[in-house]
Ligand binder design. Structure first.
Ligand code: PRT
Ligand code: ZN
Length: 285
């Protein structure tokens, strides 16, 4: 039987969440992740464990049908691959940072400066698109220490909480890219593999939808039913069950995480009582 081959990061910031996502899709790894390859249970999927830098090349070459890695790395490597899904974890940004006490009237402050980075391709693009003249210093690792050591005037690096910048006396002045983990594939997959990938994507989207929604249960007085039901329309309409106490109903529905607190406030104001909100494991709609 055909199998989908997917490359994920061997060890690093993406590994755990990549495996966790697969697990939520009902996929378990058979023989641990310290080997190069692993079989899985629960889906016709084989995993290859690689450095994230190598994943785009393996996918372009067709050694792996798909891969999970940061968008920043996909764009830097610039291979013939397609980003087919945002996965919502490992969110970070790629930014320009300069010493805290350096003036920054605008991007032109970077003219004539030496910028250290482990993303030279993306930095070159940023410099070109903004018509700047700056010198790129490609280095790997510990980019943030280079201004302090006099090796660079500015840096172009991944920022997450900002604490590494802070502890190195740097300030973020330009956010060039918002990144998160994404799934990539080759540009033309065999039909059968594409079918498997679509099945896997269906599971991933169900898991993501579930993570964005909550199950809500509440008690509503009969006189306020119409108003309360309109606040929690759910997938089709809420479930409604009479309570033992006459004149009261229990309503069950699904609400989105985005307007969660607004809806709760409106429900309370409308007379809902005993509101319970619980996580949803999976959502197949
Ligand atoms: O060994 P391999 O090559 O596979 O791994 P790697 O060392 O290249 O990558 P890894 O595991 O460090 O990161 C993998 C991916 O995670 C990156 O490509 C990003 O897409 C994403 N990611 C999310 C991050 C961060 N957050 C992050 N904070 N990657 C790196 N950092 C580093 C950053 O380089 C900087 O030095 O953390 C520091 C900044 O963090 P804050 O929180 O102090 O701002
Ligand atoms: Zn890497």
């Amino acid at each position: 039987m055909e199998k989908l081959t997917m490359a994920i990061q061997k060890s690093g910031r993406l590994s755990e969440d990549s495996i966790k996502l697969l697990k939520k899709c009902g996929i378990r790894i058979q023989n641990g992740n310290n080997k190069l390859k692993a079989k899985t249970n629960g889906f016709p999927l084989e995993l290859i464990f690689l450095r994230d830098d190598d994943i785009p090349q393996y996918v372009e070459d067709g050694v792996a049908d798909a891969g999970i890695l940061g968008l920043n790395e996909v764009l830097e490597k610039n291979k013939q691959v397609e980003v087919i899904e945002n996965l919502g974890f490992s969110r970070c940004r790629l930014s320009v940072a300069i010493p805290r006490d350096m003036d920054y009237p605008g991007k032109e402050a970077l003219n004539g400066k030496r910028i250290a980075t482990s993303y030279p391709i993306l930095l070159e693009k940023f410099i070109r698109e903004n018509g700047l003249k700056a010198e790129i210093h490609p280095i790997s690792g510990s980019v943030e220490v280079t201004p302090g050591l006099g090796l660079a005037d500015a840096i172009f690096e991944i920022v997450s909480s900002g604490s590494t910048l802070l502890s190195n006396g740097l300030k973020e002045v330009e956010t060039v890219l918002q990144s998160e983990a994404v799934m990539i594939t080759g540009t033309s997959l065999p039909q059968e593999i594409q079918g498997l990938l679509d099945q896997l994507l269906f599971r991933i989207r169900s898991v993501q939808k579930a993570a964005h929604n909550k199950y809500i249960l509440l008690n509503a007085p009969e006189s306020k039913l119409e108003q309360i039901i309109s606040l929690i329309p759910g997938i089709k309409s809420p479930t409604m069950m009479p309570l033992a106490e006459s004149g009261w109903y229990s309503l069950h529905s699904v609400i989105s995480e985005d307007d969660f607190w607004d809806v709760i406030d409106q429900l309370k104001a409308a007379g809902a009582e005993g509101i319970l909100v619980v996580p949803i494991e999976n959502m197949v709609t």
